[in-house]
Design a protein around this ligand. Sequence first.
Ligand code: URA
Length: 232
Amino acid sequence: MRLDKLVSDAMGITRKDSKNLIKKGLVAVNGVIIKDVGANVSETDALTVEGKKAEYKKFIYLMMNKPQGYISATDDKRQKTVLDLLPENFNRYDLFPAGRLDIDTEGFLLLTNDGQTAHNLLSPAKKIGKEYFARLESPLSPEDKLTIEQGVDIGGYVTKPAKIEQQSQSECVITIVEGKFHQVKKMFEAVGNKVVYLKRISFASLPLDPSLELGEYRFLTDEEIDVIGGSH
Ligand code: URA
Protein backbone atom coordinates (compact mmCIF):
# COMPACT_ATOMS: atom_id res chain seq x y z
CA MET A 1 0.00 0.00 0.00
CA ARG A 2 1.02 3.65 -0.35
CA LEU A 3 2.93 5.22 2.52
CA ASP A 4 0.47 8.10 2.91
CA LYS A 5 -2.36 5.57 3.36
CA LEU A 6 -0.42 3.55 5.92
CA VAL A 7 0.37 6.68 7.94
CA SER A 8 -3.19 8.00 7.81
CA ASP A 9 -4.63 4.60 8.80
CA ALA A 10 -2.12 4.13 11.60
CA MET A 11 -2.58 7.61 13.03
CA GLY A 12 -6.30 8.10 12.32
CA ILE A 13 -5.50 11.32 10.41
CA THR A 14 -6.46 12.61 6.96
CA ARG A 15 -4.46 11.71 3.87
CA LYS A 16 -3.52 15.41 3.53
CA ASP A 17 -2.08 15.55 7.07
CA SER A 18 -0.29 12.28 6.49
CA LYS A 19 1.35 13.63 3.29
CA ASN A 20 2.50 16.72 5.19
CA LEU A 21 4.18 14.63 7.87
CA ILE A 22 5.92 12.50 5.23
CA LYS A 23 7.12 15.51 3.21
CA LYS A 24 8.52 17.09 6.37
CA GLY A 25 10.70 14.00 6.88
CA LEU A 26 8.95 12.95 10.06
CA VAL A 27 8.07 9.44 8.90
CA ALA A 28 10.45 6.47 8.98
CA VAL A 29 9.85 2.97 7.64
CA ASN A 30 12.03 0.23 9.10
CA GLY A 31 14.28 2.94 10.54
CA VAL A 32 14.74 4.87 7.27
CA ILE A 33 13.17 8.31 6.72
CA ILE A 34 11.04 8.29 3.55
CA LYS A 35 9.76 11.50 1.97
CA ASP A 36 7.97 9.92 -1.01
CA VAL A 37 4.25 9.95 -0.09
CA GLY A 38 3.50 7.24 -2.69
CA ALA A 39 6.28 4.85 -1.63
CA ASN A 40 5.15 1.24 -1.65
CA VAL A 41 5.07 -0.14 1.90
CA SER A 42 3.49 -3.02 3.74
CA GLU A 43 1.29 -2.93 6.82
CA THR A 44 3.86 -5.14 8.54
CA ASP A 45 6.68 -2.58 8.07
CA ALA A 46 7.89 -0.87 11.27
CA LEU A 47 6.49 2.65 11.08
CA THR A 48 7.54 5.60 13.22
CA VAL A 49 6.09 9.07 13.08
CA GLU A 50 8.02 11.85 14.82
CA GLY A 51 10.14 9.15 16.40
CA LYS A 52 7.15 7.32 17.92
CA LYS A 53 5.96 3.86 16.92
CA ALA A 54 2.73 4.00 14.91
CA GLU A 55 0.92 0.77 14.22
CA TYR A 56 -1.36 0.06 11.32
CA LYS A 57 -4.70 -1.06 12.66
CA LYS A 58 -6.97 -3.10 10.45
CA PHE A 59 -9.80 -3.07 12.95
CA ILE A 60 -11.09 -0.13 14.93
CA TYR A 61 -13.20 -0.35 18.09
CA LEU A 62 -14.80 2.76 19.54
CA MET A 63 -16.80 3.11 22.73
CA MET A 64 -19.41 5.82 22.22
CA ASN A 65 -21.69 7.41 24.78
CA LYS A 66 -24.66 7.68 22.46
CA PRO A 67 -26.89 10.70 23.00
CA GLN A 68 -30.64 10.77 22.31
CA GLY A 69 -31.72 11.88 18.85
CA TYR A 70 -29.35 9.66 16.85
CA ILE A 71 -30.20 6.33 15.28
CA SER A 72 -27.94 3.28 15.44
CA ALA A 73 -27.38 2.98 11.69
CA THR A 74 -24.73 3.92 9.17
CA ASP A 75 -26.92 5.94 6.83
CA ASP A 76 -30.38 7.44 6.90
CA LYS A 77 -32.16 9.96 4.70
CA ARG A 78 -34.12 11.65 7.48
CA GLN A 79 -32.47 11.01 10.85
CA LYS A 80 -29.01 11.74 12.17
CA THR A 81 -26.98 8.58 12.67
CA VAL A 82 -24.33 7.80 15.29
CA LEU A 83 -21.70 8.01 12.56
CA ASP A 84 -22.54 11.71 12.22
CA LEU A 85 -20.92 12.13 15.65
CA LEU A 86 -17.51 11.08 14.28
CA PRO A 87 -15.10 13.35 12.37
CA GLU A 88 -14.88 12.85 8.62
CA ASN A 89 -11.52 11.10 8.74
CA PHE A 90 -13.25 8.05 10.22
CA ASN A 91 -15.29 7.61 7.01
CA ARG A 92 -12.72 5.36 5.38
CA TYR A 93 -12.96 2.74 8.13
CA ASP A 94 -16.49 1.56 7.25
CA LEU A 95 -17.50 1.60 10.89
CA PHE A 96 -20.92 0.37 11.93
CA PRO A 97 -22.69 0.07 15.29
CA ALA A 98 -22.46 -3.42 16.80
CA GLY A 99 -26.06 -3.69 17.90
CA ARG A 100 -28.75 -1.12 18.26
CA LEU A 101 -29.90 1.41 20.79
CA ASP A 102 -33.23 3.15 20.24
CA ILE A 103 -33.19 6.78 19.13
CA ASP A 104 -34.15 7.90 22.66
CA THR A 105 -31.71 5.52 24.45
CA GLU A 106 -28.35 6.80 25.65
CA GLY A 107 -25.15 5.06 26.55
CA PHE A 108 -22.59 2.50 25.45
CA LEU A 109 -22.59 1.79 21.75
CA LEU A 110 -19.69 -0.09 20.21
CA LEU A 111 -18.64 1.09 16.76
CA THR A 112 -16.34 -1.15 14.82
CA ASN A 113 -15.41 -2.44 11.36
CA ASP A 114 -14.70 -5.94 12.70
CA GLY A 115 -17.67 -7.88 11.36
CA GLN A 116 -16.74 -11.20 12.91
CA THR A 117 -16.35 -9.84 16.44
CA ALA A 118 -19.57 -7.83 16.10
CA HIS A 119 -21.35 -10.97 14.93
CA ASN A 120 -20.04 -12.92 17.94
CA LEU A 121 -21.07 -10.19 20.36
CA LEU A 122 -24.58 -10.09 18.94
CA SER A 123 -25.09 -13.83 18.66
CA PRO A 124 -27.89 -14.89 21.06
CA ALA A 125 -26.00 -18.14 21.73
CA LYS A 126 -23.09 -16.22 23.28
CA LYS A 127 -25.40 -14.67 25.91
CA ILE A 128 -23.43 -11.43 26.06
CA GLY A 129 -24.58 -9.31 29.02
CA LYS A 130 -25.89 -5.78 28.62
CA GLU A 131 -26.66 -3.56 31.57
CA TYR A 132 -29.18 -0.74 31.39
CA PHE A 133 -30.13 1.96 33.84
CA ALA A 134 -33.89 2.42 33.56
CA ARG A 135 -36.12 5.09 35.06
CA LEU A 136 -39.74 4.01 35.21
CA GLU A 137 -43.00 5.89 35.17
CA SER A 138 -44.32 4.00 38.23
CA PRO A 139 -42.63 2.32 41.20
CA LEU A 140 -41.51 -1.23 40.53
CA SER A 141 -43.21 -3.68 42.90
CA PRO A 142 -41.32 -6.71 44.23
CA GLU A 143 -43.79 -8.96 42.33
CA ASP A 144 -43.22 -7.19 39.00
CA LYS A 145 -39.45 -7.25 39.58
CA LEU A 146 -39.59 -11.01 40.11
CA THR A 147 -41.85 -11.54 37.09
CA ILE A 148 -39.42 -9.67 34.82
CA GLU A 149 -36.41 -11.46 36.29
CA GLN A 150 -37.98 -14.83 35.57
CA GLY A 151 -38.94 -13.94 31.99
CA VAL A 152 -41.93 -12.15 30.48
CA ASP A 153 -43.90 -12.44 27.26
CA ILE A 154 -43.02 -9.38 25.13
CA GLY A 155 -45.36 -10.32 22.28
CA GLY A 156 -44.84 -13.85 21.11
CA TYR A 157 -41.45 -14.21 22.82
CA VAL A 158 -40.67 -15.02 26.44
CA THR A 159 -37.49 -13.30 27.60
CA LYS A 160 -34.64 -15.21 29.20
CA PRO A 161 -33.98 -14.68 32.92
CA ALA A 162 -32.77 -11.17 33.70
CA LYS A 163 -31.31 -9.53 36.78
CA ILE A 164 -32.68 -6.35 38.32
CA GLU A 165 -30.96 -4.24 40.97
CA GLN A 166 -33.38 -1.69 42.25
CA GLN A 167 -31.86 1.70 43.03
CA SER A 168 -34.98 3.52 44.11
CA GLN A 169 -38.72 2.89 43.84
CA SER A 170 -38.76 3.63 40.13
CA GLU A 171 -35.09 3.34 39.12
CA CYS A 172 -33.16 0.16 38.51
CA VAL A 173 -30.28 -1.48 36.67
CA ILE A 174 -31.43 -4.39 34.53
CA THR A 175 -29.06 -6.92 33.00
CA ILE A 176 -30.18 -8.89 29.97
CA VAL A 177 -28.40 -11.36 27.72
CA GLU A 178 -30.51 -10.82 24.61
CA GLY A 179 -31.13 -7.95 22.27
CA LYS A 180 -34.68 -8.10 20.97
CA PHE A 181 -36.14 -4.96 19.44
CA HIS A 182 -37.16 -2.51 22.24
CA GLN A 183 -36.57 -5.37 24.67
CA VAL A 184 -36.15 -3.49 27.95
CA LYS A 185 -39.07 -1.17 27.24
CA LYS A 186 -41.27 -4.13 26.32
CA MET A 187 -40.26 -6.07 29.45
CA PHE A 188 -41.51 -3.28 31.71
CA GLU A 189 -44.58 -2.75 29.53
CA ALA A 190 -45.38 -6.44 30.04
CA VAL A 191 -45.99 -5.69 33.74
CA GLY A 192 -47.94 -2.49 33.04
CA ASN A 193 -45.06 -0.07 33.65
CA LYS A 194 -43.20 2.25 31.28
CA VAL A 195 -39.55 3.15 30.76
CA VAL A 196 -39.18 6.94 30.65
CA TYR A 197 -35.37 7.02 30.44
CA LEU A 198 -32.94 4.34 29.34
CA LYS A 199 -29.16 4.27 29.29
CA ARG A 200 -26.87 1.33 28.51
CA ILE A 201 -24.16 1.39 31.18
CA SER A 202 -22.22 -1.71 30.17
CA PHE A 203 -21.80 -4.02 27.23
CA ALA A 204 -19.99 -7.36 27.08
CA SER A 205 -18.49 -6.84 30.58
CA LEU A 206 -17.11 -3.42 29.65
CA PRO A 207 -18.51 -0.51 31.67
CA LEU A 208 -19.26 2.75 29.90
CA ASP A 209 -16.33 5.09 30.57
CA PRO A 210 -17.74 7.69 32.98
CA SER A 211 -15.45 10.36 31.52
CA LEU A 212 -17.27 10.20 28.16
CA GLU A 213 -19.85 12.95 27.82
CA LEU A 214 -22.91 12.28 25.67
CA GLY A 215 -21.81 12.21 22.02
CA GLU A 216 -18.16 11.51 22.91
CA TYR A 217 -16.23 8.37 22.04
CA ARG A 218 -12.83 6.85 22.55
CA PHE A 219 -10.81 3.93 21.21
CA LEU A 220 -11.02 0.74 23.27
CA THR A 221 -7.74 -0.11 24.99
CA ASP A 222 -5.95 -3.33 23.98
CA GLU A 223 -7.16 -4.93 27.24
CA GLU A 224 -10.76 -3.98 26.43
CA ILE A 225 -10.37 -5.33 22.89
CA ASP A 226 -9.24 -8.63 24.43
CA VAL A 227 -12.34 -8.68 26.66
CA ILE A 228 -14.66 -8.44 23.65
CA GLY A 229 -12.60 -10.92 21.63
CA GLY A 230 -11.42 -8.43 19.00
CA SER A 231 -7.96 -8.21 17.46
CA HIS A 232 -5.25 -5.56 17.83
N1 URA B 1 -34.02 -2.10 25.07
C1 URA B 1 -34.81 -1.09 24.63
O1 URA B 1 -36.00 -1.12 24.84
N2 URA B 1 -34.24 -0.10 23.95
C2 URA B 1 -32.91 -0.02 23.73
O2 URA B 1 -32.46 0.94 23.12
C3 URA B 1 -32.10 -1.06 24.20
C4 URA B 1 -32.67 -2.10 24.87
